[in-house]
Design a protein around this ligand. Structure first.
Ligand code: ADP
Ligand code: 5GP
Length: 227
């Protein structure tokens, strides 16, 4: 069967934020299993490694001095301080992945997200909202990755972050995990179909002849594809 069009679409830069414990990491892990057009950017941080984290997997872990050196060298697309540590997105190969048609996900906090919005307004901004403050505290506690003191700092910040939700394009209330993952996936798939995001489109010239043949109720003899 002839195909009526061929398109070339650049990937989307997708920023995902939300208070600590809302479920960003969990949603992204599940998304990566079902959507293979995604590249997850690995950030750099000066915070200490926690639990089972591995250097180069969850983050590139560096010292404050090394991070500051990289700021001087303009190696970050954005960076911010959060909870007393630096976090930043290395420029790396983001553009190459986008040019290959992959969506690139940045899981970053709000100051960084706003910097990206200034630099790259066409990026997509998705906010992950916890179902309630009680549930957020419960999730943070159950995760057992922070000391009580560090957990409280994150929890304190949660309300300020929630107030920034209107700066995002989409908000996902992360109650049922499976539903949240399918909503984020639906957003990514829908954005890929947007006509204003298509870079190049070729309409098959044979389709006009097929249309005319079909209108006249004649059989169309198939030809090799030409674009
Ligand atoms: P974030 O990356 O936003 O800091 P995490 O993905 O680490 O949050 O999730 C925090 C905790 O909440 C984890 O223990 C995770 O298993 C749990 N969690 C995430 N999403 C849900 C959900 N929809 N329902 C119940 N628990 C969840
Ligand atoms: P955590 O210490 O829980 O891994 O991350 C703390 C916060 O830093 C989270 O809100 C996370 O989204 C954010 N974060 C992770 N990487 C980056 C980054 O590269 N830049 C910015 N601005 N924030 C980041």
């Amino acid at each position: 069967m002839n195909q009526i069009m061929k398109t070339k679409t650049r990937g989307n830069l997708v920023v995902i934020s939300g208070p600590s414990g809302a479920g960003k990491g969990t949603i992204i892990d599940e998304l990566l299993k079902i959507n293979h057009q995604i590249h997850l950017s690995i950030s750099m941080t000066s915070r200490p490694i926690r639990g089972k984290e591995q250097n180069g997997k969850e983050y590139y872990f560096v010292t404050r001095e090394e991070f500051e050196q990289k700021i001087q060298e303009n190696e970050f697309l954005e960076y911010a301080e959060y909870s007393g540590n630096y976090y930043g997105t290395p420029r790396g190969k983001i553009n190459e992945y986008l040019n290959e048609g992959k969506d690139v996900i940045l899981e970053i906090e709000i100051q960084g997200a706003l910097k990206i919005k200034e630099k790259i307004p066409e990026a997509l901004f998705i906010f992950i909202m916890p179902p309630s403050m009680e549930e957020l505290k419960r999730r943070l506690k159950n995760r057992k990755t922070e000391t009580e003191e560090k957990m409280l700092i994150r929890f304190q910040r949660a309300y300020e972050e929630i107030n920034e939700v209107t700066k995002y394009n989409y908000v996902i209330l992360n109650d049922d995990l499976e539903e949240s993952v399918s909503k984020v996936n639906a957003i990514l798939l829908a954005e890929r179909c947007r006509v204003d995001r298509i870079e190049e489109m070729y309409v098959n010239s044979k389709e006009e002849a097929i249309h005319e043949a079909l209108m006249a109720n004649k059989e169309f003899v198939n030809q090799p594809k030409e674009y």
